[in-house]
Design a binder for this molecule. Structure first.
Ligand code: AMP
Length: 193
């Protein structure tokens, strides 16, 4: 069973069109804090990012945001999170990876998609085997799952690609899913340095 002390959540810097996306972010922030897990995220105060951080902080959760200096103003860095200011997007992604014991993707835009695909492809390359959970809130990530199936069907990804991440339907399933996944055995951060 994977022990999760710090959980990285990728999610939109926008709020999306459906209230249920917002509810999912608030609920997950609450659940993470109540479980005594530290939330690690992109450091913004806007969109779902802001909602999940606010929810965790409201429950006295520990929240660490990793944000590049150039986004500090644009994404409005969260005033109450512990902030790690980095020089670039690449450094942000590396730091988020190094800090986290596992990864969760909520609904989001192209940035969320990029971050999710990167962490999945790092697993494909054997650089880590930390657990990854995609939360398919209201079927939001069904096109992502279909795209992965498409790459498998056309011979560009192995069938094992299905196992690089786990998809769940609601945030209530996130922590149980993470707990049920195997303990990582690869010291990923040193290999990525
Ligand atoms: P989005 O899902 O587009 O709202 O973005 C969610 C987060 O991903 C935000 O913190 C963005 O700064 C970040 N982001 C956007 N583009 C990229 C990228 N190319 N690489 C890494 N992170 C990104």
């Amino acid at each position: 069973m994977a022990a999760i002390n710090r959980l990285c959540v990728y999610c939109g810097s926008s709020r999306g069109t459906d209230d249920r996306y917002r509810e999912a972010a608030v609920r997950l922030g609450t659940l993470i804090a109540e479980a005594g897990i530290e939330l690690v995220y992109g450091g913004g105060r806007v969109g779902l990012m802001g909602l999940i951080a606010d929810a965790a902080l409201a429950r006295n959760g520990r929240v660490t945001g990793v944000i590049p200096g150039h986004l500090h103003d644009r994404e409005v860095a969260h005033p109450n999170a512990r902030l790690v200011i980095v020089a670039s997007m690449h450094e942000r992604k590396q730091r988020l990876f190094d800090l986290a014991d596992g990864f969760v993707t909520l609904p989001g835009g192209l940035g969320t998609l990029d971050e999710t695909i990167e962490i999945v492809t790092w697993k494909q390359l054997g650089l880590h085997d930390k657990p990854i959970v995609v939360v398919d809130v209201e079927g939001y990530w069904a096109p992502f799952a279909a795209l992965v199936e498409h790459t498998i069907a056309h011979g560009f990804a192995p069938a094992a690609a299905r196992d690089y991440f786990r998809t769940v339907a609601s945030v209530a399933e996130v922590l149980p899913a993470l707990a049920a996944m195997p303990e990582p055995s690869i010291a990923g951060d040193s290999r990525l340095a």
